[in-house]
Ligand binder design. Structure first.
Ligand SMILES: CCCCC/C=C/CC(=O)SCCNC(=O)CCNC(=O)[C@H](O)C(C)(C)COP(=O)(O)OP(=O)(O)OC[C@H]1O[C@@H](n2cnc3c(N)ncnc32)[C@H](O)[C@@H]1OP(=O)(O)O
Length: 436
């Protein structure tokens, strides 16, 4: 490192220089005295002189060398951090996950401070938002020394790498290659967490395990660094709703206990959708039945393939509406249309669902994936905090109401599941006397 002279030998040189000066000074004063004695034999004076000189030499060595060695060591440490700094700069380029804008601004500011020193650029105009945010971040570092900025940069990158590594270890479900779920595929990429219902052979019917896994995936998605979350189905169906075999696994407490446990689970499940903090988008790739339709009223956008249908056959099954649909559907499509769906079980085409406001937009099945993903990737680039806060503003005043509706619907259903109408419908399906 050419900018740091090697200071290791400075204490020694300094001591010899001091010694030389002292010696010449002493000689000047004592020259006549020495000459007068005409001898260079060791006298008491000479002994004194030697002793004082040795002592001075040692003291000087201590006094001079300590700060100089310290300085040298500090500079060596700075040299190490310069190398670390270069490594850290490279490491940032290799980060797999976006650390978020706040961190990126910090990194930018520390980098500029470390390489250029205090901010001396003219302040960008108010409408130049990105450059202004960068300038602000850099400018707030004031006169922070370059070396400190370098060290802070290295520390930040190292904490960042370890937190991103550990978050991917703790929450493997949010990684690209997830093996943590039995009934779902969960990936996180380009700022989008995608939860795919993955029981295509059963038309993505939601069994007990899938209810739990969806809740777990939503909780993870609410905390991960993605901006938006997408729910979709694998195969030809989006979902055929509640897995009717859920009702066949009767605990020792009998059907009453089963109904009670199911109501608790359903309430918790729907509660996760009510409370989900980020934009939640459904990609309805095919037919949707029952609970997979009703919870759409809690989503922020619903994109559907023109192959999709929307069916809530509650009366056919001896059941009643859930997923807050008894409230949201009335608000979305008005009581007449909502009753047609929720009471009479009218199946809607994607176009009809769109016309009634349940679906945001319908796409031809052949281009559905491509068109919707292009759109979602653009959404995911929007400022995530702004999206989250806007969702909060739109949804928060309804939350309490939605939780109350959810509780009421679950309690009504708990009774319904014990009814003959419901039991017969389930038996009929399981004995294949009926399909929808
Ligand atoms: C904790 C509890 C909470 C409860 C919350 C309450 C929610 C209410 C609802 O969700 S109501 C809606 C319930 N869903 C249904 O009633 C749909 C029943 N399924 C069907 O009617 C048909 O399967 C179909 C119309 C969806 C598809 O018919 P198709 O002929 O195309 O295919 P198959 O019937 O051969 O289905 C293929 C296999 O998938 C199994 N399957 C499909 N859906 C379900 C389901 N909902 N529950 C259980 N199993 C389902 C079907 O049995 C076939 O399996 P097999 O190949 O092993 O025979």
């Amino acid at each position: 490192m050419s900018d740091f002279p090697d200071l290791r030998y400075f204490p020694i040189w300094s001591c010899f220089c001091n010694l030389f000066l002292k010696l010449t000074h002493y000689l000047k004063i004592n020259l006549f005295h020495i000459l007068w004695k005409r001898t260079f034999r060791l006298s008491v004076d000479t002994l004194n002189f030697s002793f004082v000189f040795c002592l001075e030499f040692v003291i000087h060595l201590q006094v001079v060398s300590f700060p100089v060695v310290q300085l040298h060591m500090n500079r060596t440490a700075m040299r190490a951090s310069q190398k670390d700094f270069e490594n850290a700069v490279n490491q940032v380029k290799l980060l797999k996950k976006d650390p978020g804008n706040e961190v990126k601004l910090k990194l930018y500011a520390l980098y500029k401070q470390a390489t250029e020193g205090p901010c001396d650029m003219p302040k960008p105009g108010v409408f130049d938002l990105i450059n202004k945010a960068k300038w602000d971040a850099w400018n707030t570092l004031g006169t922070l020394p370059k070396e400190t900025a370098r060290q802070n940069y290295v520390d930040l990158v190292s904490s960042l790498s370890s937190s991103l590594e550990s978050s991917s270890q703790v929450e493997p479900g949010t990684d690209r290659k997830s093996t943590a779920y039995e009934t779902l595929m969960v990936t996180s990429e380009d700022g989008i967490t995608k939860i795919t219902l993955n029981r295509p052979a059963k038309k993505n019917a939601i069994n007990i395990e899938m209810y739990h896994e969806i809740m777990r995936a939503l909780k993870a998605a609410s905390k991960d660094d993605s901006s938006i979350t997408v729910l979709t189905g694998n195969g030809d169906y989006y979902s055929s709703g509640n897995d009717l075999t859920n009702f066949t696994d009767i605990p020792p407490g009998g059907v009453e206990e089963k109904a009670k446990n199911s109501a608790i689970l359903l309430r918790e499940f729907v509660g996760c959708f009510i409370d989900f903090p980020k934009p939640l988008i459904a990609m309805v790739n095919g037919p949707a039945v029952g609970i997979s339709v009703t919870i759409l009223g809690l989503f922020d956008a619903v994109y559907a393939s023109d192959r999709a249908t929307f069916h809530t056959p509650f009366s056919h099954l001896g059941q009643s509406p859930e997923g807050c649909s008894s409230y949201t559907f009335l608000k979305i499509m008005g009581p007449a249309k909502a009753t047609e769906m929720l009471v009479f079980g009218k199946k809607l085409t994607a176009g009809e669902a769109c016309a009634q406001g349940l679906v945001t937009e319908v796409f031809p099945d052949s281009t559905f994936q491509k068109e919707v993903w292009t759109r979602l990737k653009a959404f995911a680039k929007l400022p995530p905090n702004a999206m989250r806060i806007s969702k909060e503003v739109i949804r928060n005043r309804e939350k309490e109401k939605l939780h109350a509706v959810n509780a009421e619907e679950c309690s009504v259903l708990q009774e319904r599941w014990l009814s003959d109408e419901c039991m017969n419908a389930v038996v009929n399906f399981l004995s294949r006397k009926s399909n929808l």
